[in-house]
Write a protein that binds this ligand. Structure first.
Ligand code: ADP
Ligand code: MG
Length: 339
């Protein structure tokens, strides 16, 4: 009898996982920005070169890491965010899988500088070829900086499949916008090839939306607000006369996480029934807060699709909330008033 099954070495397992977690430069941006948010940063800076092909760097002023954690964070399934299986039903952080950094370090060169509050020296680690190349104490500011270089250097197929710089950078901006809209109180900046494209100060939600999409957005926004046992709904929808031919700016956030949902989009469209010319699309920025145990975030690696316990009730609440607000702001025929 011969045995043929072997456990894969860590670096091979990490490279396989990376295929799912890191599709393109924008995926790295998302993971690093979310880690900075989870680290309670109040200032986060994203620096990108050549649409992420040469450099993606995220600098935060969050809690930082001690020397042991600075090393451990690159291990697979290494996370400070959950401990027990039950914790999966009470997620309050963006991350929880402990896979992102291990995956990124398997397919790129990574440099980490980090320091905790009150420490004199921080830690500087360089990972190349999936191995720790150097680790030294270093004079660095409080917080964390991750630099990711030469993405997909060891997966030529992925590198070759990257789209043009314009397309890849568009994906990066999309991820950036999703994170900054979810966290208006945090200060964010984005620098691409040396020029600053965004510098967003700490603000309320309306100011943040305007900061991201230009001053003209302000007059288009109608606030929405509703609170039930199941869900709190906040945010803005656009007045129907500002609907666009192209898909507008359409964002759902659930517990401060950007998500995609064709079903909830349909609920919003239903609220606009009779108010839009054929084929036109409204913009919306809708923030749902639900009890963490009423959703499952763990159904997709990028966590942009989630499962709700009571999707039908949510649909009905969202539709009537949006419809009510459109009516209140005199943009719907009077007959459309439901309450
Ligand atoms: P996850 O976010 O799912 O926990 P990651 O691989 O993204 O997994 O990160 C692993 C761990 O590294 C985190 O749980 C956290 O403890 C630490 N970490 C990552 N980024 C930062 C950061 N910017 N500041 C402080 N700690 C960080
Ligand atoms: Mg993470």
């Amino acid at each position: 009898m011969s045995s043929v099954i072997q456990l894969l070495p860590d670096h091979v397992a990490n490279q396989i996982a990376a295929g799912e977690v890191v599709q393109r430069p924008a995926s790295v941006v998302k993971e690093l920005l979310e880690n900075a948010v989870d680290a309670k940063a109040t200032q986060i800076k994203l620096v990108v070169k050549d649409a992420g092909k040469s450099l993606i760097q995220v600098i935060d002023n969050g809690v930082g890491m001690g020397v042991t954690d600075a090393r451990l964070c690159f291990e697979r399934h290494a996370t400070s965010k959950i401990r027990h299986a039950e914790d999966l039903f009470a997620i309050h952080t963006k991350g929880f899988r402990g896979e992102a950094l291990a995956s990124i370090a398997a397919i790129a060169h990574v440099e980490l500088k980090t320091k905790q509050e009150g420490e004199e020296l921080g830690t500087h680690i360089i990972i190349e070829g999936t191995k720790v190349n150097s680790q030294d104490p270093a004079v660095v500011p409080k917080g964390t900086s991750f630099s990711v270089k030469n993405l997909f250097y060891n997966i030529p197929a992925r590198r070759n499949f990257l789209k043009s710089e314009t397309v890849e950078f568009r994906h990066i901006v999309d991820e950036f916008q999703r994170v900054v809209l979810a966290h208006p109180a945090i200060q964010f900046s984005l620098i691409h090839n040396g020029s600053e494209l965004y510098n967003l100060t700490s603000s309320n939600l309306r100011q943040r939306i305007v900061g991201v999409f230009s001053g003209k957005t302000n007059e288009k926004l109608v606030p929405i607000s509703e609170e039930t046992e199941l869900v709190t709904v906040q945010g803005f929808v656009s007045k129907p006369e500002y609907a666009k031919k192209s898909r507008g700016e359409q964002f759902f956030f659930v517990n401060d996480r950007f998500i995609k949902s064709g079903y909830l989009h349909h609920a919003v469209m239903a609220a606009y029934e009779g108010l839009l010319k054929d084929g036109l699309q409204p913009s919306y920025f809708i923030y749902l807060n639900v009890p963490p145990n009423s959703i499952d975030i763990n159904i997709h690696p990028t966590k942009t699709e989630i499962k709700f316990d009571d999707e039908h009730a949510l649909y009905a609440i969202l539709r009537s909330t949006v419809k009510h607000s459109l009516g209140m702001f005199n943009v719907a025929p009077v007959l459309d008033f439901e309450r």
